[in-house]
Design a binder for this molecule. Structure first.
Ligand SMILES: Nc1ncnc2c1ncn2[C@@H]1O[C@H](COP(=O)(O)OP(=O)(O)OP(=O)(O)O)[C@@H](O)[C@H]1O
Ligand SMILES: [Mg+2]
Length: 282
């Protein structure tokens, strides 16, 4: 399937001023599985474990020191012309620090309407604006209060949501989202994660969901990888990873979850818990 990392190492430093070489990723293998249907892969791990480095590889923003990143079987490094444009459209990003990802001199409307026009999703400015408004509403932002603002005039959580809106508006085949809801209130977080989950189930979008939070990973993911020190120490379907973790580190992460967390014990695709699952079977 589309996105794959094979034997990837990433090393930083080693120059005259950059200090000793340090490996941020140590031989990582990752496959986003599935054919037509989408798949949600959660990447979980403590700070510094290499999660963001992995997403930068998947987005082609960083080349591995060793190993390869493949999009539809082709090495990202060799994509050119039309293939590169298709990859740029089909794989969208939500960055961990959405402030850094925004052009500070563009208002939010421009940030949303430009790519809608560039990728041919809208034929004119009015259509692009309508798409942008609909996208903002799905993440709980009021277009009238958002579109005319500059990034620095939004809160961190609003910026994150604008980033999610922009990414999903482009209807990517894969969304790579690095801590996409870390600055958003808990109630809204559930809403946004649910809308991402719906995009997977209704539209077949795949998602790489990077998070510190094993609880939300379990809620929406089909499979989970656990990272530590630049390595994947555990990988498997979400149910098995949570119910029968093999690696002691995963057990530690589970033990660290608040025991009364009401989100543990149900999943979005649990028939008994999720309204849309009932609709599908009705
Ligand atoms: N550009 C860089 N130059 C040097 N070292 C880097 C660079 N980017 C990341 N690192 C180092 O690589 C390691 C992994 O960083 P990474 O940002 O991938 O971690 P993370 O899992 O995303 O952490 P967090 O949960 O805090 O976001 C860290 O030790 C970090 O200091
Ligand atoms: Mg990170």
């Amino acid at each position: 399937m589309p996105l794959e990392v094979a034997g990837a190492w990433v090393e930083f430093g080693g120059g005259l001023f950059a200090g000793p070489r340090k490996a941020a990723l140590r031989g990582v293998d990752l496959r986003l599985p599935g054919g037509e249907g989408g798949h949600i892969l959660a990447v979980v791990g403590e700070s510094g474990s290499g999660k963001t480095t992995l997403t930068r590889l998947l987005l082609g923003l960083l080349a591995p020191t060793r190993g390869r990143v493949l999009w539809q079987g082709r090495d990202l490094a060799t994509l050119d012309g039309a293939a590169r444009t298709a990859y740029r459209r089909d794989v969208q990003a939500v960055f961990q620090d959405p402030f850094g990802a925004f052009n500070p001199v563009y208002r939010i409307d421009r940030m949303l309407t430009l790519p809608a026009l560039r990728f041919g999703l809208a034929r004119d400015a009015a259509e692009a604006r309508a798409l942008a408004e609909a996208a903002l509403e799905t993440v709980g932002l009021r277009p009238s209060e958002t579109l005319g603002r500059f990034p620095h005039q939004l809160s961190g959580g609003q910026r994150q949501r604008a980033m999610v809106a922009r990414a999903v508006m482009l209807r990517p085949r894969v969304l790579v989202a690095d801590e996409p809801v870390s600055m958003v209130d808990a109630s809204l977080r559930a809403t946004i994660l649910e809308s991402l989950w719906r995009l997977r189930h209704d539209k077949g979008m795949s998602l790489v969901y990077v998070t510190h939070d094993l609880a939300t990973a379990y809620q929406i993911a089909d499979s989970i990888v656990v990272m530590r020190g630049g390595e994947i120490v555990e990988a498997g379907d979400a149910e098995t990873t949570i119910r029968a973790p093999r690696h002691p580190y995963t057990r530690d992460l589970l033990a660290a979850l608040p025991p009364a967390d009401p989100t543990i014990g149900w999943r979005l695709d649990d028939d008994t818990a999720h309204p849309s699952a009932k609709e599908e079977t009705a």
